[in-house]
Write a protein that binds this ligand. Structure first.
Ligand SMILES: [Zn+2]
Length: 175
């Protein structure tokens, strides 16, 4: 149409790409422990299993999985304490000062170290789109429902609408 004003093509800022083998650094809550690895990390995944849920005190934990040979404790090695979960064949390392989990290894994967994704403020070169033990996901986990402000409580939001719980025999899709 003649004369129609066309908006300029939207220019989305592109996320900064990581250069090959860039060193990224993560830190615990108190900053006493710093972990370094190479980015892009191998993969990033959500762990819904009970061990990670309890160790993090959260619905699930998100990790970046890295080759063990590429993970270094850059600072605070003396602060790092380990808990061997013999029953699960797992070792969890955490900062003895602030309690932040900093590393997680599994018996069946001796060459791998998993680092909590949250330790890294910046990018790690991988999207966290894989899930382990998703069948164990808790029904109280937040799944991204829309939220709105809660009147009288600044900073608190509440989920706007909640779907009625599915009946046991209902499938995922309605016909
Ligand atoms: Zn700490």
């Amino acid at each position: 149409m003649a004369g129609k004003i066309r908006p300029e093509k939207a220019t989305k800022p592109k996320p900064a790409k990581l250069k090959a083998a860039e060193v990224i650094s993560g830190r615990c809550l108190c900053g006493g422990v710093e972990i370094e690895t190479d980015a892009p990390v191998f993969w990033a995944w959500h762990d819904h299993s009970a061990g990670s849920r309890l160790a993090h005190g959260a619905a699930y934990a998100t990790y970046v999985g890295c080759w063990k040979s590429k993970v270094r404790i850059a600072k605070g090695e003396a602060l790092v304490t380990r808990f061997a979960d013999e029953a699960r064949g797992q070792v969890r390392s955490f900062c003895s000062r602030c309690g932040s989990p900093v590393m997680f290894t599994r018996k069946g994967s001796p060459k791998w170290v998993n680092i909590p994704r949250a330790l890294f403020a910046g990018r790690t070169g991988r999207e966290s789109k894989y899930h382990v033990a998703i069948a164990e996901m808790r029904d109280w986990a937040y799944l991204g429902a829309p939220v709105g402000p809660l009147k009288g409580y600044p900073g608190v939001t509440v989920e706007k609408a909640r779907k009625a719980p599915r009946k046991k025999d209902e499938g995922l899709f309605e016909v």
